[in-house]
Design a binder for this molecule. Structure first.
Ligand SMILES: Nc1ncnc2c1ncn2[C@@H]1O[C@H](COP(=O)(O)OP(=O)(O)OP(=O)(O)O)[C@@H](O)[C@H]1O
Length: 540
């Protein structure tokens, strides 16, 4: 309830007021301190309204207001400085304790597009390599690729979208993009649009077990107290941006829809419910949201996120982006040329380089080899070893642990991959995928697509690229016992013989055979065995 205090300057004997009569009103939860009025010439009724949010009669020049503004400003400055200190560095997967790299020494602008692909376009992109792949990519992104500072510009109809989805496959750079945006804001790059930007990691939210208000959630693992967060949110909500990273990692269940959501900044609820209240616009409706997700959670997110929202997709690096990445990474023109030319000449690796995490793996491996004065170009085995490194990196750093063992997961993905190779198919229907893979949404290797089919939507899955489908098929054969494995490979040779083609004339199968040869390499087998004890059986 609001409180009103009457301050009378002069009272008559009966105790009633005449002369100056001051009303001070404050909203519930705030304090009223009566001002000392001395030597005033005020006549009639003077009403002083406490400057609480939502109150009318707001007078920006009161001392109280000025103090608040300056407190808020200093909290903001402190926050920005802390963000700059922390976000300027990246810890890499192989960083030793205390080792960091500057974000500016790694970050390359990825391609971000605003349209959904149709089925034909997608099939073409997934199955092409080398020059053809680059052509397909550049024809898509040339007119559309957008930069980070334009994500919230009004669309062509002038509609301001309060929320933006940033979809992307695992390792394509969603978290990196969020880190860059936080850093840009802390360096005052979004000054004209946003006063405050908050970073919410869904993975962290999923690990909180107690109920939390939005203010508490934002202060969790940040450098600010709930009071400081609250102070920053007292300004204009339309100048606040939330970067919500990894929606796919949020423990979202249907029950959340049936729980009553918090309606203000301070009401506690299970953390997922509080976050969804923000996403749905139940709290701070006017604020802006950027939500990143893998494609596997897109159908849930589109129903949770407030409208109107827009869709964008991060599709990794362009050809030029890959080149820039190599240049930045090596810092040395000779090393850059050696590394880049090697990758450029390998169609499979060059195609895979559009995935930023693959660029990092390749450059790290090449640098190690160059440092050891080893041959960078030991062909086949290097291509397979990069794919093995990619597999291990995603399993170790980008996997939510769906509860199944690594061999079980790899086998199920391998069976699916093989089915597609035999049928020359890169898109899989939902039913097949659910029959073969126990938790497709939890696997970082699968992508999900929604297509319009007449009056319905159709869901399909794929591997990130055909080359990963081929790689998983090869792994599948090597995970079988020797007898089974030989039988499988002989069967496939005979299928191709029946069709009057030799295996090397069938490109999908040829790539599978290349990966098999690569995987039986002793060093690669040892790598797999070392990194995952459970993988001891690979390539026996
Ligand atoms: N824009 C970029 N510039 C340079 N390197 C990048 C960029 N984006 C990603 N990377 C590299 O790829 C790695 C993986 O990126 P990131 O963690 O952002 O992927 P993600 O899309 O968030 O994956 P996931 O969905 O599995 O969480 C980074 O650690 C970094 O090495």
């Amino acid at each position: 309830m609001d409180r009103v205090v009457n301050v009378c300057d002069r009272r008559d004997k009966s105790g009633s007021c005449d002369g100056v009569n001051v009303n001070i009103a404050a909203q519930s939860g705030s304090h009223i301190i009566a001002p000392v009025l001395t030597n005033t010439n005020i006549t009639g009724n003077v009403q002083i309204i406490h400057n609480a949010p939502g109150c009318t009669g707001h007078h920006p020049n009161t001392q109280n207001e000025k103090t608040k503004i300056s407190e808020r400003r200093s909290v903001l400055l402190k926050f920005k400085e802390r963000i700059r200190n922390e976000y300027q560095y990246v810890t890499e997967y192989n960083s030793l304790p205390g080792e960091h790299v500057l974000l500016s020494d790694r970050y390359i602008q990825p391609q971000i597009i605003q349209t959904h692909r149709d089925q034909k376009e997608l099939e073409k992109e997934i199955s092409s390599r080398g020059e053809t792949f680059q052509q397909v990519r550049s024809s898509r992104s040339s007119q559309e690729s957008i930069s980070l500072d334009t994500l919230f510009k009004p669309d062509s109809c002038g509609i301001n979208r309060g929320a933006v989805i940033l979809q992307g496959n695992s390792g394509n750079g969603k978290s990196f993009t969020v880190q860059k945006m936080m850093m840009d804001w802390a360096c005052d790059l979004y000054r004209t649009k946003f006063d405050v930007v908050f970073h919410v990691k869904c993975k962290e939210v999923s690990h909180i077990s107690s109920g939390m208000s939005l203010v508490e959630l934002l202060s969790y693992n940040s450098f600010l107290s709930s009071d400081e967060i609250s102070m920053m949110l007292q300004g204009s909500p339309e100048r606040v941006l939330f970067l919500v990273d990894g929606f796919d990692e949020l423990k979202y269940t249907k029950d959340i829809d049936h729980m009553s959501p918090p309606t203000d900044l301070y009401q506690k609820a299970p953390p997922e419910v509080t976050l969804c209240a923000l996403l749905r616009g139940r709290i701070l409706r006017e604020s802006f949201l950027l939500v990143t997700t893998r494609s596997t959670a897109i159908d849930i997110l589109k129903n949770v996120l407030k409208e109107p929202h827009s869709f964008t997709e991060i599709i990794g690096f362009s050809e030029k982006g890959v080149q820039e990445y190599f240049k930045k990474f090596f810092h040395n023109d000779i090393l850059f040329r050696k590394g880049y030319e090697y990758v450029r000449a390998n169609e499979t690796l060059f195609t895979a380089c559009s995935i930023p995490v693959i660029c990092w793996i390749i450059c790290t491996v090449i640098q190690e080899r160059l440092n050891d004065c080893a041959d960078v170009t030991s062909g086949l085995e290097t291509t397979t070893s990069i794919y093995v490194d990619f597999l291990c990196t995603l399993l170790e750093h980008h996997s939510q642990g769906s509860g199944q063992s690594v061999p079980t997961l790899v086998k199920s993905l391998g069976r699916l991959a093989e089915k597609g190779i035999l049928a020359q198919q890169v898109l899989f229907d939902e039913k097949t995928v659910h029959e073969m893979v126990s938790d497709p949404a939890g696997s970082p290797f699968l992508c999900k697509f929604l297509f319009k089919k007449r009056i319905h939507q159709e869901t399909k899955f794929s591997f990130m690229h055909l080359s990963f489908q081929e790689f998983f098929t090869a792994l599948y054969y090597l995970l079988m016992d020797e007898h089974e494995s030989k039988k499988k490979v002989t069967e496939i040779f005979s299928i191709y013989k029946e069709q009057g083609t030799s295996w090397y004339a069938a490109p999908h199968f040829a790539a599978v055979v290349h990966f098999i040869f690569g995987l039986v390499n002793k060093d690669i087998r040892l790598t797999l065995q070392k990194r995952h004890e459970a993988w001891g059986q690979v390539g026996k």
